[in-house]
Each structure stands twice: as structure tokens, then as C-alpha cells.
Design a protein around this ligand. Structure first.
Ligand SMILES: NC(=O)c1ccc[n+]([C@@H]2O[C@H](COP(=O)([O-])OP(=O)(O)OC[C@H]3O[C@@H](n4cnc5c(N)ncnc54)[C@H](O)[C@@H]3O)[C@@H](O)[C@H]2O)c1
Length: 391
């Protein structure tokens, strides 16, 4: 949509027929793009969704932004990136610029994408251009978006670089020229590893403060008064989504390929992944004494506030742990219609404890307070209110 707004004619190519049909009906699957924005782009003829790779044959610029998840061994799974590259390559027109936007380890453009294009490109093409420009979006963010977030760009050679800089200058307010694609790819991993490690630190800090009766959120607020050298991170149930829990493991894998290790990533990942046990323990301590088999209400199950995305949500681990301990778990999230093959509850009566995992809009906090249900607020949104404890 940023490219549409800048006057480009855009085809959104996707191998999911359902996704393509949904888009062409004007239904946006992305929270930050309204149906109205999508519909007017469709109506003006400046955008269409398609699953026909032949549409690439008229494109001056092809950006690949497919998922780069982990496989069952928690290692990089480049199936979609390789698949999209192989499917696009035969249709690239002479002089086209191909940009890899998907997050991956350093060297992905040079050693994965380009060789696959070279192998599958049309024989008639004399020149193609290649660049990387890692996607930087923060779903649900009201301030920072695709347009106003500075974009890292690096081409494989000077001409590729210049073409990519021109394209991103046309759709972003600020473009940052980076010397090599590997630096841009590594920078993306650093950004998200920085978050993982700092969230891990604050989660560890939370476990140290709790037993001492110190509210960690008040500690973070106090430390934040320092105008330099400190940046606040908040404790929570863990980390979720398809970036923070995933990207640092690309870094770890890449380090291992080079016979190196990344112990800080591993420790932060372990700390965050185990945080749900501390949360469960704190919540169960709020119940009436002698409650053996509790009814627990989870409030907010998406991976973060303001989104419906449940991928990698840490609330899953919390739910499974509570069930493993023998408790009954129900949940509510106004943005999530179904989750883990279960439906949300409409009932507020009879819960021994509620855990506010993610502060989604429209949760019945005051109703639960009125009913005297103890609430553990993992989001520090209702600090100091009656019946509510923070982490
Ligand atoms: N979403 C974010 O918040 C975010 C932020 C920064 C970076 N990223 C990175 O951007 C990339 C894309 O992430 P996403 O969350 O938008 O992914 P996504 O899971 O929403 O998938 C995007 C689309 O790609 C389609 N797709 C999958 N395989 C395909 C193929 N072979 N050919 C064509 N289409 C295919 C899917 O059907 C889907 O509609 C990832 O590398 C991710 O790490 C995402």
C-alpha cells in the first residue's frame, strides 16, 4: 500500500488462493491496512492480488517478503523464500530489480536467492539487479509504519544499490544506505536479538524482585529517569510473534554454521520460554487457600496487544502448563475468534483467578474486579487497582 500511495502499480502475489480472493474482495488481513485503503487501491486499478507468477513479467521491481520461520529443529526454514524465488525467476524481465525483504541470516541474498534466480531465470535476460531491504514493521504501532520507519537498503553491486535506493526512497521517508547486503541482514538480526536479550534480562530481574516484595515495574520506571544509557523493557509471559522468538535463532544457527556459539541468545531464549512457569506460580498464589483444582481465566491470548495474531504466542505455554498442573483453563480475547481449536468463554462467573496476559481492548477487567476475582496483571496496565497484582 505504501508503493500504491507513491504512485506505483502493484501486484500482490501470493500462493494462497484464499488470501488472494480475500484481498481482491477488499478484505485486508493486515491490522494496519484498513479495508477502505485496500478497496480504493483496488478500485483505482493501482493494486490487485494474484497467484499467477506470470504477472511478474511486467514488473520493474519484485520484492520478496514471504515468511521465514523455524523448522521443527528450531533452525531456519527457507522453504517459502526458496519457493517464491524459484517461482518468480522464470518471469523476471530484463533489467528487473529483485529485493529480498524477508528476515534471514547474513549471506541469504548472495548464497541462496541469487543462485536460485541465476539457475531459473529466462535465458533472454541480460541483466538483473539484486538487493536486500529487511522488512521493518511493528504491527499495531500507531506511530511507526512502513513509510516513516527508516529503511536499510543494500545492493549486490553499485547499479543494484542505486536502483534499490531509488525504489525505497519512493516509498519511505528515510532510506539508510548500507555497505553490503550481509550488513543489512545482520542488522535486522541484531535489532530483534537486542529485544530478546533485554526482555530476557527484565524477566530474570522480575523473578529476583518478586520474592523480595519489590514491584519490578516501579524499578523500571525509576531506572527510566536516567536520561542516558538505559532503555526500558517490560516483563511479561514471554515473547511471541514471528520475529522476536524466531530471528535470534537464525543468528544462533548462522553462528553454529561458522563453528561459533551465541550463549547470550540461548540464555535469553531459555529465560523467556520459561517465564510462563513463574507467571502461573504467581497467579495460583492469588487464589483462596486450599484451592486444588482451579478454574483459571486467561485474558488476552494474541502475541501482543492490539493484534489478532497468535503465532508463537507465549500464552500457549502458560495455558499448557496450567492444564498440565491439573487446572481448568478458559480464555477471552476480543480480537481472537478461536485459538488452539478452542472457543473463548462468555462466562465470567466462578473463576478462581484471572491472568491478564495481553491487554487487549474490551476485556472485562472491571466486571471481574466487581466480582472479586483476583487478577494477575502481567502487563502493568492496572497497577494499584483493587484486586489486581502486577508481576
Ligand atoms: N509481520 C511482521 O511484523 C514482520 C516484521 C518484520 C519483518 N518481518 C519479516 O517479513 C517476512 C514476512 O513475514 P509476514 O509476517 O508478513 O509473513 P506472513 O506469514 O504474513 O506471510 C506473508 C504471505 O506470504 C505468502 N506466502 C508464503 N509462501 C509463499 C510463496 N512461496 N509464494 C508466494 N507467497 C507465499 C503467505 O500466503 C502470506 O500471505 C518474514 O521474513 C518476517 O520475518 C515480518
Amino acid at each position: 500500500m505504501a508503493a500504491v500511495e507513491s504512485g506505483w502499480k502493484v501486484v500482490g502475489l501470493d500462493n494462497s488462493a484464499t488470501r488472494v480472493a480475500e484481498l481482491n474482495r477488499g478484505h485486508s488481513p493486515v491490522e494496519d491496512i484498513s479495508n477502505d485503503t485496500l478497496s480504493s487501491a483496488l478500485k483505482s486499478g493501482s493494486y490487485k492480488a494474484s497467484s499467477n507468477y506470470e504477472d511478474i513479467s511486467i514488473a520493474d521491481v519484485v520484492t520478496i517478503c514471504v515468511p521465514t520461520p523455524l523448522d521443527e529443529k528450531k533452525e531456519p526454514d527457507l522453504t517459502a523464500l526458496r519457493g517464491a524465488t524459484i517461482s518468480s525467476a522464470p518471469y523476471l524481465k530484463n533489467g528487473a530489480l529483485l529485493v529480498s525483504e524477508s528476515t534471514s541470516y547474513p549471506g541469504t541474498l548472495r548464497t541462496e536467492v541469487i543462485p536460485l534466480v541465476e539457475k531459473n531465470r529466462p535465458t533472454g535476460t541480460t541483466q538483473l539487479f539484486f538487493a536486500t531491504a529487511p522488512e521493518r514493521v511493528n504491527p499495531g504501532d500507531q506511530v511507526w509504519n512502513q513509510k516513516n520507519t527508516p529503511r536499510l537498503v543494500s545492493g549486490i553491486d553499485k547499479d543494484s544499490h542505486d536502483k534499490a535506493m531509488d525504489f525505497y526512497r519512493s516509498i519511505c521517508d528515510a532510506v539508510v544506505s548500507v555497505e553490503t547486503p550481509e550488513i543489512a541482514e545482520a542488522a535486522k538480526l541484531l535489532e530483534n536479538t537486542f529485544r530478546l536479550v533485554n526482555i530476557g534480562l527484565i524477566n530474570e530481574f522480575t523473578k529476583l524482585c518478586g520474592p523480595a516484595g519489590i514491584d519490578v515495574n516501579k524499578v523500571v520506571a525509576a531506572a527510566s529517569s536516567k536520561p542516558y544509557g538505559f532503555m526500558p523493557f517490560r516483563p511479561g509471559v514471554g515473547v511471541g510473534g514471528h520475529c522476536i522468538p524466531v530471528d535470534p535463532l537464525y543468528l544462533k544457527w548462522w553462528a553454529n554454521q561458522n563453528n561459533l556459539s551465541s550463549p547470550m541468545v540461548e540464555l535469553a531464549e531459555k529465560t523467556n520460554t520459561e517465564m510462563h512457569k513463574y507467571v502461573a506460580d504467581r497467579a495460583l498464589k492469588l487464589m483462596a487457600p486450599k484451592t486444588q483444582k482451579a478454574r483459571v481465566l486467561l485474558l488476552g491470548v494474541a502475541y501482543k496487544a492490539g493484534v489478532s495474531d497468535v503465532r508463537e504466542t507465549p500464552v500457549s505455554h502458560l495455558r499448557q502448563h496450567l492444564i498440565f498442573l491439573g487446572h481448568t483453563v478458559e480464555w477471552m480475547d476480543p480480537l481472537v475468534p478461536t485459538w488452539e481449536k478452542t472457543n473463548p468463554t462468555n462466562e465470567l462467573n466462578g473463576f478462581d483467578v484471572a491472568i491478564l496476559a495481553v491487554n487487549q481492548p474490551g476485556l472485562p477487567i472491571s466486571e471481574l474486579q466487581g466480582m472479586g476475582t483476583p487478577i494477575l496483571d502481567c502487563t502493568n496496565s492496572f497497577s494499584g487497582q483493587s484486586g489486581i497484582q502486577t508481576l
